[in-house]
Write a protein that binds this ligand. Structure first.
Ligand SMILES: [Zn+2]
Length: 141
């Protein structure tokens, strides 16, 4: 397995995440504080610092992982600190998935704040905002 980092790639990644961080997400400066370190081989994608990435987004690693598996259509497992995905997810695709996850499961649709948590009630899930108190339904994944 070869570490897929070179200067051009790192620049691109910096660019993508800088763009996400500058996005219109209210107090979004804390959105992603840990940049994923991604490795590929022929058949799989490994995010080396996955657990830190999920925790920096203040979400359960298992929840974000289910989202990535579901949206990409590729299965995988959490292996300690790493996320191992069967199949190739490019850096841009991964950044896009994280952006979608942020929009759906982190950002409060009412005030745009990101101090939120996911609360389960019976078979429903809600995104509860700790800033404005809004409670917005989210899908179960
Ligand atoms: Zn809110």
């Amino acid at each position: 397995m070869e570490l897929a980092t070179n200067e051009a790639y790192e620049k691109m990644l910096d660019h993508i995440f800088a763009k996400i961080q500058r996005g219109r997400s209210g107090r979004g400066e804390r959105m992603i504080t840990v940049t994923p370190e991604v490795m590929h081989d022929r058949r799989q994608t490994v995010i080396l610092n996955y657990r830190s990435v999920a925790e920096s987004m203040n979400r359960e690693p298992a929840h974000l992982a289910r989202f990535i598996f579901k949206e990409s259509g590729k299965p995988g497992i959490i292996d300690g600190e790493r996320l191992v995905i069967s199949g190739i997810i490019g850096e841009e695709e991964l950044a896009k998935l994280l952006q979608l996850y942020h929009r759906e499961f982190i950002k409060c649709p009412v005030c745009g704040g990101i101090d939120t948590k996911i609360v389960a009630e019976k078979r429903f899930r809600f995104l509860v905002c700790e800033i404005c108190g809004a409670k917005s339904p989210v899908r179960k994944i």
